[in-house]
Design a protein around this ligand. Structure first.
Ligand code: ADP
Ligand code: MG
Length: 563
């Protein structure tokens, strides 16, 4: 005898609400149902390990199948009794996960569910859903639950030989495109690729007699033990590199990686990779994938990790990030903040460790790391404080220095009238050759700052280094540092100078002519007796403005750099 009941919710009909608002993406129904199947399997494994389930676990592969009208997800997990269906299915937003975790907390079962809403996402694509289930418990009666999307459901006894659950979705007309092999395969690969229980979709195929035919072997789509859930001690460099290739098949080898593994005060595992980041190369941002107990959640982690960390690649897995809620909530969530801070700290630790243990390697990789580290230092004060110990400055001869090391190169007279230390730099060794030579002849070191972010770095360092100014070698303000003595002066009358200045100016780019200062003096032996300089301030303002029209840099990289 079938029981007809009402799903326990306060509103009359919650389904239209679920369909429209619960999830922005219809496709996640498959993720939710496969996660439930995995949870049911993990629960049975836990019960087996504590001796509450004495039967054979046997093959626990979760199977996904489809035909012309349905998609079915089958597991051999704990199944449900009629009472459990009443409790966990008929009451929306009621999950068994917390109770289970509370009861078996010492056994560290990793259960994905906890909101008690996932199952109902099936109605986003189905006109009818059936659950055919048999509990693992001795003498359990198999049950069939059926619901067509109205608040009414039926529950009746049925036939089912094996323990576990089949969820059968009768796909509605608008969502028939889900009844497609490639589509399902794509979704399983996206969301379920690293789930801890084997997920099979059809059979492996082989080429026979001019066509593909099914073999007897399951087509398992996932890796049940991805690198990040294994112990770092069990992994070799090659394992990390292979995992990177699995994630990003077309990418260059990563520079290095960090294996995250925290269980207090929050749970966090993952592997973050430092990709090769070359200047002016298109960067692959937002490659970090976020998982919750090995279920893929998203690959857009803005708001979850600090902006600059989105330049890293890899996987973060945390059951403590509230996943099904809005981004603005995420950003204010205290766990998310703690996780962010922790990751930032770990990244700094790793960089410092490499810097300290193998400076040669660090220097060699600097060009690939520079953009990332500078971006971090510009956008995050704490990261600046850490980075100030290992960030490098390179001079025109290619020598690298830390900030502190570089300060020791400054000469006593390397100051302006106000007593500010002058740091000389060039962004173009060829164009500014004469000025660089002149500075060197005077014994001053010249920094080579031609990176994408260097114009901002220079401004930041001026604030961080006490009483300092960074001045490009060809700027008007350096002349009292590197001007040649009178011997090099060219003697022209004021009129001649004016006339000549006009000629030179007429050839200069038509920006704001006033920025260029044309003087007639020699910088050193064998160099031009005409010197064209620009105001450091004006030029830098212009460069910054060109990078980000009307916006402050902090927190955002300019679009124009394809980041
Ligand atoms: P959550 O997974 O967050 O707990 P769901 O709405 O996805 O919420 O599922 C509600 C409950 O239904 C689960 O907690 C579980 O008790 C039960 N359930 C769902 N699917 C299965 C299944 N395949 N096998 C056993 N129990 C299930
Ligand atoms: Mg669930």
């Amino acid at each position: 005898m079938a029981k007809v009941g009402h799903i326990g919710v306060t509103t009359d009909n919650i389904f239209p609400v679920i369909k429209k608002f619960l999830y922005s993406d219809h496709e996640i129904f498959l993720r939710e149902l496969v996660s439930n199947a995995v949870d049911a399997t993990q629960k049975l494994k836990t019960l087996s390990s504590v001796g509450e389930f004495k039967g054979e676990l046997g093959d626990v592969t979760v199977r996904v199948a489809f035909d012309d009208n349905t998609i079915t997800i089958s597991d051999r997990g704990i199944g449900m009794t009629a009472e459990e269906i009443e409790k966990y299915i008929n009451q929306i937003a009621f999950s068994s996960a917390e109770e289970f975790l509370e009861k078996y907390k010492d056994d560290k079962a990793a259960i994905i569910g906890h909101f008690g809403l996932g199952f109902y996402s099936s109605f986003m694509v189905s006109k009818k859903v059936e659950i055919v289930t048999k509990s693992y418990k001795e003498g359990a009666v198999p049950m069939k639950w059926s619901c067509d999307g109205s608040p009414e459901y039926t529950l009746e006894e049925t036939e089912k030989a094996d323990r576990g659950t089949d969820i059968i979705l009768y796909i509605d007309d608008e969502n028939r495109d889900f009844l497609n092999k490639d589509k399902i395969n794509g979704l399983l690969t996206k969301y379920c690729k690293f789930l801890p229980v084997p997920i099979a979709f059809g059979k492996k195929q082989e080429w026979k007699d001019g066509k593909y035919v099914d073999t007897a072997e399951d087509n398992v789509i996932n890796d049940v033990l991805p690198a990040w859930v294994r112990k770092p001690a069990d992994l070799k460099d090659e394992d990390y590199k292979k995992f990177y290739r699995d994630l990003y098949p077309m990418s260059d080898e990563p520079l290095f990686w960090i294996h995250l593994n925290v269980d207090y005060p929050f749970n966090l595992t993952g592997i973050l990779y430092f990709p090769k980041i070359k200047n002016n190369m298109e960067l692959h941002r937002n490659k970090i994938q976020l998982y919750c107990n090995q279920v893929f959640v998203t690959d857009s982690v803005e708001g979850i990790v600090p902006e600059f960390l989105t330049l890293l690649h890899g996987v973060i897995d945390s059951p403590d990030i509230p996943l099904n809620v809005s981004r603005s909530y995420l950003q204010s969530d205290s766990n998310v903040k703690k996780i962010s801070n922790h990751i930032t700290k770990k990244v700094a630790d790793r960089l410092e460790e490499i810097f300290k243990s193998d400076r040669a390697q660090f220097e060699e990789k600097w060009d690939n790391l520079k953009l990332f580290i500078q971006y971090g230092m510009l956008s995050d004060e704490k990261f600046y404080d850490r980075g100030a110990k290992f960030a490098l400055l390179k001079d025109v001869d290619g020598k690298s220095f830390t900030f502190e090391e570089y300060k020791t190169l400054i000469k006593e007279n390397q100051t302006d009238k106000e007593g500010n230390t002058i740091y000389l730099y060039t962004n173009n060794k060829d164009d500014q050759y004469s000025y660089i030579q002149a500075a060197k002849d005077k014994g001053y070191n010249v920094l080579h700052m031609d990176g994408q972010l260097d114009v901002h770095v220079v401004s930041q360092l001026e604030q961080k280094f006490e009483k300092s100014r960074f001045v490009r070698v060809d700027s008007d303000t350096v002349d009292n540092l590197i001007r040649k003595d009178d011997a090099g002066k060219v003697h022209l009358s004021a009129e001649q100078q004016n006339a000549l200045q006009e000629i030179f100016r007429s050839q200069l780019p038509k920006m704001e002519k006033a920025e260029f200062i044309v003087t007639f003096e020699a910088l050193g032996e064998n160099v031009n007796p005409v010197m064209i300089t620009q105001s450091e301030y004006m030029r830098r303002m212009r460069e910054m403005a060109a990078m980000q029209p009307g916006m402050s840099f902090y927190g955002e990289l300019p679009d124009s750099y394809n980041l």
